[in-house]
Design a binder for this molecule. Structure first.
Ligand SMILES: Cc1ncc(COP(=O)(O)O)c(C=O)c1O
Length: 392
């Protein structure tokens, strides 16, 4: 018989807070017991990495890319990243102002630990990408949420941010386009937020991971390229979303030299370096044709329309998705909470989506749909949702 020693002491550090991710674990456990679940929960598309990028990874492995690289990333990749940032309207960085990380996710934790002292405050949008809150908490700082609302399409405005700034505020996070709402912060508002950062001497983390995936006329302005913003901006980006490379775990951050040296050493301690094979693949992504990014954008737009039309038929309102690959919808009309709605939809309709509370939403009314399934599966998801809603 297996013998396990019972230990009553709580070994978990006091800085570890309860993150509402239990619901995700619970849903994954339920999903495992079901067949034919339509997965629209995680932000990981069904689309595979484009062939030329995969081939570059395979070639790299065959040619010996099985070792550590330079801790801050292969120089040729950092060079290509600098060029790519400028090509997309961003600031002009030097190669030694880039750190290649194991995804943007690693970058946000390295940045939070390198910038925030215990007791400092970090302002971030809610609903917003929740690991930022977790990163601030791990640094023993306080995440301060700017609540945004469907009335103005979940826009983060300077007017909403300014009253939250205290003498402890050190970082303002701008996620543009935003996950989970798909909101794009318009140019004028990014300028106002930048002026606020200058006025109150804040660092801005500009999360531009979805910036290539904007819909219609919407565009996302890179913050570091705005006047007087280079010195106080850390640009965070990655390959997961634009090039369908979630599993390769490769991203980066860019910051002025005085910050990057310290932050880069945290990354060095976390990971030694980003995976060598993935860095070669990322290099191929930047150097190759960008048609794949445009194709992906079109696909996401089509999927978005299909889902939104379906939600219209069921009378489920949502905010206008302006970029990224999510639709944020209000299910309060069903009379049950968003969390219960997600559980019911999974158990009875076999569609997995996530409740908005996960993203720091201030009410339990919204759910996030990821556009991570082909059009026919999204249509099927809509018809399953219809059936489940009819039973409530
Ligand atoms: C806003 C945002 N930033 C960063 C990331 C991290 O992505 P990755 O670590 O795959 O680069 C994500 C992932 O979903 C995200 O939504």
């Amino acid at each position: 018989m297996e013998y396990r020693l019972m230990i009553n002491k709580n070994f978990v550090a006091s800085r570890i807070k309860d993150h509402k991710s239990n619901i995700v674990t619970k849903m994954w456990n339920i999903q495992q017991t079901l067949d034919d679940v339509i997965a629209m929960g995680r932000g990981d598309t069904d689309l595979d990495t484009p062939r030329h990028i995969i081939d570059a990874g395979i070639d790299a492995l065959n040619n010996g890319a099985t070792h550590y690289t330079h801790p801050m990333g292969m120089p040729e990749l950092r060079n290509a990243i600098c060029k790519d940032i400028v090509k997309n309207g961003g600031a002009s960085y030097n190669e030694d102002e880039i750190v290649v990380t194991a995804g943007g996710q690693e970058a946000m934790f390295a940045i939070a630990l390198g910038i925030l002292n215990p007791g400092d405050e970090m302002i971030a949008v809610a609903p917003g990408y929740n690991p930022y809150f977790q990163a601030a908490e791990l640094a023993e700082a306080k995440p301060v949420m700017v609540n945004t609302y469907i009335d103005n399409n979940f826009a983060m405005t300077a007017d909403a941010v300014e009253p939250l700034i205290t003498d402890k505020t050190k970082i303002l996070v701008i996620i543009n386009p935003c996950n989970p709402t798909g909101a794009v912060t318009p140019y004028e508002e990014v300028v106002k937020l930048s002026k606020l950062a200058i006025k109150h001497d804040l660092i801005v983390i500009s999360d531009e991971i979805y910036s290539r995936l904007t819909f219609g006329n919407h565009t996302a302005q890179p913050v570091a390229a705005l006047p007087d913003m280079f010195e106080r901006t850390i640009t965070l980006n990655g390959f997961s979303k634009s090039y369908c490379m979630t599993g390769w775990r490769v991203g980066y951050f860019a910051a002025p030299k005085n910050l990057i040296t310290h932050l880069g050493e945290i990354h060095h301690g976390f990971a030694i370096c980003a995976p060598a094979v993935s860095q070669h693949a990322a290099l191929a992504a930047l150097n190759g044709s960008q048609d794949c990014v445009n194709d992906m954008k079109k696909i996401m737009q089509e999927r978005c329309e299909i889902l939104c039309n379906g939600l219209d038929e069921i009378n489920i309102p949502y905010s206008e998705p302006q970029g990224g690959y999510y639709v944020y919808a209000n299910v309060s009309k069903t009379g049950i909470s968003a969390t219960d709605f997600c559980l019911k939809l999974l158990e009875e309709g076999k569609v997995i989506i996530y409740p908005g509370g996960l993203y720091g939403d201030h009410c339990d009314d919204f759910v996030r749909f990821s556009l991570t399934q082909p059009a026919d599966r999204i249509k099927e998801a809509v018809s399953r949702i219809k059936k489940v809603v009819a039973t409530i």
